[in-house]
Write a protein that binds this ligand. Sequence first.
Ligand SMILES: [Zn+2]
Length: 178
Amino acid sequence: MPTIITHPVLPLAMAYGAGRTIISTRLLLAGTIASVLPDLDVVAFRFGIPYAATFGHRGFSHSVLFAFVVACIGAGMSRWLNSTSSRTFFFLFFATVSHGVLDAFTTGGLGIAFLWPWSDARFFAPVQVIKVSPFGVSRFLSPRGVAVLKSELLWVWLPSCIVMVGMVLTRRLASQRQ
Ligand SMILES: [Zn+2]
């Protein structure tokens, strides 16, 4: 997995790119939580569930179906999130599914069970460029931890910032034309 601070970068960039009138503060917070939610499955290790099992790490909670369910639950709470149900659905689906997509680009561990429950197959992206993050916090203070953060800055933060700036500029140009 990328680190817990890197998963929310995608929904954050999308929200700031789209503008605060489109994505409310509450919806943004919900998206931030949704982007790290799939990794709650690490508790599986404590219960002795193997990594490769359906309910192991990167299993069912990293699937497209899980993102769909999270998005549906969110859409049901859209009024509380100060947004419309369709907007909430798409933002939370994007935030949750982006987690597995980022994981699929990492250099270690097992692939992602995107197609659960239809298939237990584990998928990786065609290229693995994000260095897999260590599980323990203490290990971040090692040279490996620094290398992980460096690869996340290059492959997640930088592209996200470019997309966000592009969205902001497009929005400004569009409003100037009106
Ligand atoms: Zn994960």
